[in-house]
Design a protein around this ligand. Structure first.
Ligand SMILES: *Cc1c(COP(=O)(O)O)cnc(C)c1O
Length: 369
């Protein structure tokens, strides 16, 4: 049997991409907010139904810059969760802020809003929640808490492209949201990302941050870095946007097949289907809790058959070596997140995954046939 990887990047036809980048060969304009960059930014503003989108060379720098734009006092505490990709916690720490880890909810893996207020101190300045696997956080409750205590909110929405809550885009919550357009995400620009934000003044601020603070040819107004998306990335995004709804429909069929095979099996728990949420079917997490095999055993069984699953998210970010000396670190502070991290496996999921392969994967897990 040929190998099945955990993900496979969505790509347009070779000819479609070549046609898209032909102009770049003619113009020799390869980066620095050229025509493709402008076109993709506009496309996304329309798609999200919001006014302000800033493109970035990757999602991580987008998140780092969004947090920097809040202009928070150094050493301020930021409430976040450890059940996420390294990027979320690193973006907080690289801004000179202190991550304070809140536990997650057992059924959708997002921040447990009932536990946020207990963590708030005089030093708390912001909340950085994660829409884990595309599951939307309790945005209304987070909003209430943020208003009550005067906190800023930046969402890590890396997993939540094309997700809607009560008909509104996932890009419209908090002060800002970061999306990743990495090759492995539902929508990709090879590498890439964006910040969606509410405050019009951030247009200039974020632009300065991603382009050395250069305004015009003779004026440098800000100590910025370089995090620009180039024209080839933007061209890939333009092509992939054309096929987005098709791709999501195919993912949906894969997810439905998984659910039909795994739902109700003793010891196997699936993510809840959230109410009022239009999903992007980004991931298919399965929790092995009291199943005849442990998560690690299932992982090994799949690997032996050439099937790649991923222990995503394991380990928790609050157990990373680089945070060992942080007083706020330690998995014992977030027991539900730790429980999940030890038991969860995300199964292969991408638009072109064939349903017969989904069946093979389920056969291995369930030991059928
Ligand atoms: C992918 C991802 C990021 C980082 O995005 P890049 O585009 O890879 O830099 C941040 N947070 C989460 C939760 C992610 O999955």
């Amino acid at each position: 049997m040929s190998k099945i990887l955990v993900t496979k990047s969505s790509m347009p036809l070779y000819e479609e991409y070549c046609k898209e980048i032909k102009e770049l060969w003619d113009s020799h304009w390869l980066t620095n907010m050229g025509i493709k960059h402008q076109q993709l930014e506009k496309m996304l503003e329309e798609y999200f139904g919001i006014e302000h989108v800033m493109l970035y060379t990757n999602g991580h720098l987008a998140l780092e810059n969004a947090i920097a734009a809040l202009n928070l006092p150094k050493g301020g505490e930021v409430i976040t969760t450890p059940f996420t990709f390294a990027s979320t916690t690193h973006a907080i720490v690289r801004n000179g802020l202190v991550p304070v880890f809140c536990d997650i909810k057992e059924f959708d893996y997002t921040i447990d809003t009932d536990k946020i207020e207990d963590l708030i101190t005089d030093n708390t300045v912001a909340i950085v929640p994660v829409h884990v696997y595309g599951n939307i956080c309790d945005v209304e409750e987070i909003d209430r808490i943020a208003n009550k205590y005067g906190l800023k909110v930046v969402y890590d929405a890396a997993h939540a492209f094309a997700v809607k809550y009560k008909g509104k885009s996932s890009a419209s919550f908090g002060d800002a949201s970061m999306f990743s357009f990495h090759a492995t995400k539902v929508f990709n620009t090879i590498e890439g990302g964006c910040v969606c934000f509410q405050n019009p003044e951030w247009e200039m601020l974020l632009y300065n941050m991603k382009n050395f603070g250069i305004q015009g040819t003779e004026s440098v107004q800000y100590v910025g870095g370089n995090a620009k998306m180039n024209e080839f990335q933007a061209a890939m995004g333009i092509c992939n946007m054309r096929h987005l709804s098709e791709e999501i429909d195919k993912r949906k069929a894969v997810v439905e097949r998984y659910r039909s095979r795994l739902e109700g099996v003793e010891g196997i728990k699936l993510s809840v289907v959230q109410e009022n949420v239009e999903s992007n079917y980004a991931y298919f997490p399965v929790v092995f809790d009291g199943y005849k095999y442990t998560r690690n055993e299932v992982f090994e069984k799949l690997a032996e058959t050439g099937i790649g699953a991923r222990k995503y998210f394991y380990p928790l970010t609050n157990s990373f070596e680089c945070y060992r000396n942080y007083p706020t670190a330690g998995v014992e502070k977030t027991p539900i997140a730790q429980h999940m991290a030890l038991r969860v496996l995300t199964l292969p999921l991408y638009a072109d995954l064939e349903l017969k392969d989904v069946d093979k994967i389920c056969d291995v897990i369930l030991e059928e046939r």
